[in-house]
Design a protein around this ligand. Structure first.
Ligand code: NDP
Ligand code: 2IT
Length: 447
């Protein structure tokens, strides 16, 4: 339920942003958490901080023309939403997926503001992407697309302005092509303009692993707070991309047994535990589908086409594919199957109905803004290393990531306690992230 003042703000968001349902959902979730903050801080309402936060500082939409391998002209749409720069340069990834439209980019950019605030690092919030579908495209096509995309984007970004990175469909290969084109157009080796770079040209140790590792560390903290651990626990991870693969790696190192993961064609069930080297070979090297995993792994592993991975019972669920993948019904099935904890590796993977089911059942629920913040936090560490022309070791970087995740965890719990909602990480993350951004905005005047 929304407090009266917030309800009218939400109605205005609906009216001003028609049809952008994912953006509406992301705004509503934050507004539902921050009612009690307004009681304590009338200055936020007086200066219309919330109304200002809901309106992006700048939204850029552009044409991306490119030539496919047959010599045919292709046209895509590019986006960059520069949402909030109160805490630092706009910071957030680029998503290349056919489902991308303004509503998706705005939901992701909006979430990014609070997530980045929660890390305590000097980064504002932004997000971008395109409806380009990299699936089935050759390396050269992906390169030509990235070059065309950057030929427009370059004028809007910069180390002190706006710093993109990867997200769905944008990994090391794409970041390389994007940075190469930026460098060529500007004639500047401005390493800090994009993060997720390869280690050969200014990238940082642990950035590739950071979102998945960070999510596993966050879940470990939640389990620890309840006096338990990953040890011997049955875990299901959705997706099999960057976040999923490195969640599986760290969960396995922490003693959990990951028995299933998925892609958009179905899921694999491997009761002995996912063979990570095989999964990396198929997903990162060959860019193949998951049926190939089952065929090569042999006995014990099965590929289940076109079915929902959330049918697989587990004690820990780590949704790491996309938004709204866990419905209220999926959540109820998971709870009935003995679920103890959820770590959202993806952004907004659980529907509002699903979140309610988890919270009502007393499941330890780590929302994406907190649980997946390790990726962007390590991007901020990459910017720090680029600015000082330094590079840290893997061990040191992983240790920093672990400390950051543990701090975020504790801050969520303390904030939830402060507002009388013990154990509610959703409230803790939204309130802490919001307060940090709101205080900076107040200090900066009406801008
Ligand atoms: P990848 O592109 O590396 O992997 C995405 C995975 O999710 C693939 O297995 C993909 O399957 C699956 N997937 C994507 N969209 C859908 C869909 N609509 N239906 C079913 N499956 C889908 O992306 P990432 O691992 O980087 O991102 C995964 C999630 O994590 C996203 O929500 C992203 O926003 C979030 N995230 C990413 C961070 C990062 O640092 N990369 C940081 C924080 C959050 P298929 O290949 O078949 O499409
Ligand atoms: O959703 C996210 O936090 C990301 N995709 C990572 C953003 C970043 O700038 O590293």
């Amino acid at each position: 339920m929304l407090h009266e003042k917030l309800s009218s703000i939400y109605d205005n968001v609906l009216r001003r942003n028609p049809g952008e349902i994912e953006f509406h959902q992301a705004v509503r979730e934050v507004l539902e958490s921050i009612g009690p903050v307004l009681g304590k801080h009338p200055e936020y309402a007086e200066s219309k901080i919330i109304e200002r936060i809901c309106e992006p500082e700048r939204q850029i939409i552009f044409r991306v023309p490119w030539l496919d391998d047959r010599g045919e002209v292709q046209i895509n749409r590019g986006f960059r939403v520069e949402f909030n720069s109160a805490l630092g340069p706009y910071k957030g990834g680029l998503r290349f997926h056919p489902s991308v439209y303004l509503g998706i980019v705005k939901f992701l950019g909006f979430e990014q503001i609070f997530k980045n605030g929660l890390t305590g690092l000097p980064i504002g919030g932004g997000k971008g992407g395109s409806d380009f579908d990299p699936k089935g495209r050759s390396d050269r096509e992906v390169m030509r697309f990235c070059q065309s995309f950057m030929t427009e984007l370059y004028r809007h970004i910069g180390e002190y302005t706006d710093v993109p990175a990867g997200d769905i469909g944008v990994g090391g290969r794409e970041v390389g092509y994007l940075f190469g084109q930026y460098k060529r157009i500007t004639n500047r080796y401005e390493s800090g303009v994009i993060t997720g770079k390869g280690l050969a040209y200014g990238g940082a140790q642990v950035r590739k692993e950071a979102t998945g590792y960070g999510c596993a560390f966050f879940v470990e903290e939640m389990l620890k707070a309840r006096g338990t651990s990953f040890d011997g626990r049955r875990v299901v991870v959705s997706g099999s991309g960057n976040v999923a693969v490195y969640s599986i790696e760290k969960v396995t190192q922490l003693g959990g047994l990951v028995v299933a993961c998925s892609d958009s064609s179905g899921y694999i069930l491997d009761e002995k535990g996912i063979d990570l080297e095989l999964l990396k070979q198929i997903k990162e090297v060959e860019r193949a589908r998951l049926d190939v995993y089952a065929a090569r792994r042999g006995e014990g592993a099965t590929f289940v086409p076109d079915r929902n991975v959330w049918d697989v019972p587990c004690e820990v669920a780590m949704p790491s594919a996309t938004q709204n993948e866990i419905t209220g019904k999926d959540a109820a099935t998971l709870v009935a199957g003995g679920l103890v904890a959820v770590g959202e590796g993806a952004n907004m993977p659980t529907t509002p109905e699903g979140i309610k089911v988890f919270l009502d059942a007393g499941v330890a629920f780590g929302p994406g803004k907190a649980a997946n913040a390790g990726g962007v936090a390590t991007s901020a560490l990459e910017m720090q290393q680029n600015a000082s022309r330094d590079s840290w070791t893997f061990e040191f970087s992983e240790h920093r990531l672990q400390e950051i995740m543990s701090d975020i965890h504790d801050r969520c719990l303390q904030t939830a306690d402060e507002y009388g909602m013990p154990g509610n990480y959703v409230a803790g993350a939204n309130i802490d992230g919001f307060r940090r951004v709101a205080d900076a905005m107040l200090a900066l005047g009406l801008i």
